[in-house]
Design a protein around this ligand. Sequence first.
Ligand code: SIN
Length: 322
Amino acid sequence: MDTKKIDISTSIKKIKLSSCIMNASGALCSTEQELNKLLKSSSGAIITKSCTSSPRKGNMNPRYFFCKKYGSINSMGLPNLGIDFYLDFFEKKKTKKPIFLSISGLSKEENFFLLRKANLSSKISAVELNLSCPNILGKDKKNNMINIGYDSYKLSYFLKEVFKLYEKPLGLKLPPYFNEIHIKNIAFTLNKYPIYFVTCINSIPNGIFINSTNESVVISPKKGFGGIGGKMIKPFALANIRLFYLYLRKEISIIGCGGITNGKDIFDHVLCGASAVQVGTQFIEEGLTIFDRLEKEFISILDKKNYLSINNFKGNLKKNLI
Ligand code: SIN
């Protein structure tokens, strides 16, 4: 099998990734050790854990649970080392990999503060602004940014403010939407702004996993409710990618995220319109070797289909059953 000619590089506007496969924010990308490992891995880019202005411990444990058959549930609550740690970490590193800084201020003002800081860094290729964390508790919930992700008027007003103070490449990590009209409205809003990319989708909020043996929930925060990720959210990720691909301006790239466990899942995301993919739950479970495995499986599918690059089939999902 001659796979040498197959190129799985991609670009998110002007940002070039040697491979279209990267980690998802939150998956093994919070600490110095985890980020150092990611730098050495074959991922096409690195994204950090969503950070806040100060370090956060996050929600109480247990706050993550994995089930092989379905996927994961989490209510992490944004545990992170604070923006200064992430900016300082990359300031000292030399790498050709694009670096995406995920930020998740708990209020508009905190996000403006984080964006101003990110603006000053020469090492950050883009910011992924997380508008979709479903796990914020107590007093922090007051300003919850997830409301902005679900409200196109609030989103438009917020982005207007953002682009007054932030000049670098910006992407948005979006929550899942379940109706075409909602995606159409959000896309219509995003099309008015110089957004580089959207990442679809964050975990599906407010699910519960149950342990039937002891008749209880499996994570502690929020009475057991949390964001659902992994295998079982793939159809929702694909639907969101597809509809955003149809409604967004073509200059706005889509990064697919949700339910990737093998090369076929990557193929499906790209076929729906994704320019790159992020792997979360399966990366946490499998570790760094996942990038080589996924790359091999994805290239083997392209080889069988005689595709030489992702541009040969990106977005070409057929509308009718063949
Ligand atoms: C978390 O830290 O609670 C997860 C982050 C997210 O879902 O955006």
